[in-house]
Design a protein around this ligand. Structure first.
Ligand code: NAP
Length: 318
């Protein structure tokens, strides 16, 4: 029997799975060092969320932990090298969230292009203009437009498939390595970052948050994009210099944005909140469907059970 400290708000079925395997589950609504220290001293495993920082000090307070299961695919909240030094396995939840996150990416893309939140607000406000060729809320086409994918991994590829098969969009991509299968399947073209910026009508960001991708999008990048371009970010807020994005939207250097993630979550640049034209915001909901969140919890639990039973984890990050 092991002791599992759980800062993630797992569904009851997940907790029951852990308990029925004979483990003690210690739940905590907080993930601060002070609140966790007494729980961690004899713990064998941690199940946490991407908003919970698992740093060196916290690991020092958890001398017996063998596995940390992050209920997310990104894991920049965990000091992975320090965990590795201590022989702790870190796991994440890839694949199970790919399609839902790609759906959400396309929802933001369509909403920004066709100005759905603006239209919804106007309609509820009693503003129903007469049908005219030149409507105030006229948007831009999605079908047939060029979609640029930055980071052609699992989610990037799922977004590219939706663009190609659903909307007949030519696909450009920039990744660290070529993807010959996707080039064959989707006609996706590998291009330089500069060419992707210059030639895409929609730029969709799917790289992880790393020191290399920090502020990958800044004032100089926006200047290379089309004035009609719409930027979509369902990856991580740190990839975009949010103050520079505000300026680019205000100056109409680019036309719009669909954003699920923010540089200083949960804070959002106040001027970004004040921009409505072709700007659509969501509070980090990429994987937020009941089915996907359940599957993410299942995967985290399976990882912990595997390691505590002496088996290899399903989805280790190292
Ligand atoms: P993934 O399969 O690892 O894909 C990431 C891709 O980024 C990889 O294909 C990698 O390229 C590429 N990449 C990494 N560094 C790069 C760089 N410096 N320049 C260009 N390309 C680079 O991960 P995923 O499952 O698609 O998830 C992607 C990210 O989405 C996660 O890290 C997470 O932060 C975010 N996410 C957000 C939500 C949400 O709720 N908003 C939900 C799920 C995921 P190569 O393959 O060429 O090496």
């Amino acid at each position: 029997m092991g002791i599992i400290v759980c800062t993630a708000d797992l569904f009851s079925e997940h907790v029951e799975r852990l308990a029925s395997a004979g483990h003690e589950v210690r739940r905590s609504n907080e993930a601060t060092l002070d609140s966790l220290k007494p729980l961690l001293a004899d713990a064998d495993a941690i199940i946490c969320l991407l908003t919970h920082t698992i740093n060196r000090q916290l690991l020092d307070a958890a001398p017996h932990v063998r596995v940390i299961a992050n209920v997310a695919v990104g894991y920049e909240n965990i000091d992975v090298p320090s965990a590795k030094e201590r022989g702790i396995i870190v796991t994440n939840t890839p694949d199970v969230l790919t399609e839902s996150t790609a759906d959400h990416t396309f929802a933001l893309l369509l909403a920004a292009a066709r100005r759905i939140p603006e239209a919804d607000a106007a309609t509820r406000n009693g503003e129903f203009p007469p049908w005219r060729l030149q409507q105030p809320l006229t948007g831009t086409d999605v079908h047939g437009k060029t979609l640029g994918i930055v980071g052609m991994g699992r989610i990037g590829a799922a977004v590219a498939r939706r663009g190609h098969h659903g909307f007949g969009m030519p696909i450009l991509y920039r990744s660290r390595t070529r993807k010959p299968d996707l080039e064959n399947e989707l006609g996706a073209q590998p291009v330089s970052f500069e060419d992707l910026l210059a030639e895409s009508d929609f730029v969709s960001v799917h790289v992880p948050s790393t020191s290399e991708t920090h502020h990958l999008f800044h004032a100089g990048t926006f200047a290379q994009m089309r004035p009609s371009a719409i930027l979509i970010n369902v990856a991580r807020g740190t990839i975009i210099d949010e103050a520079a994005l505000v300026q680019a939207l205000r100056n109409q250097t680019i036309a719009g944005a669909g954003l699920d993630v923010f540089e200083h979550e949960p804070r959002i640049h106040p001027e970004l909140l004040a921009l409505h034209d072709r700007v659509v915001l969501a509070p980090h909901l990429g994987s937020a469907t009941v089915e996907t969140r359940t599957a993410m919890g299942d995967m985290a639990v399976s990882n912990v059970l595997a390691v505590l039973e002496g088996n290899p984890p399903l989805t280790p990050v190292i």
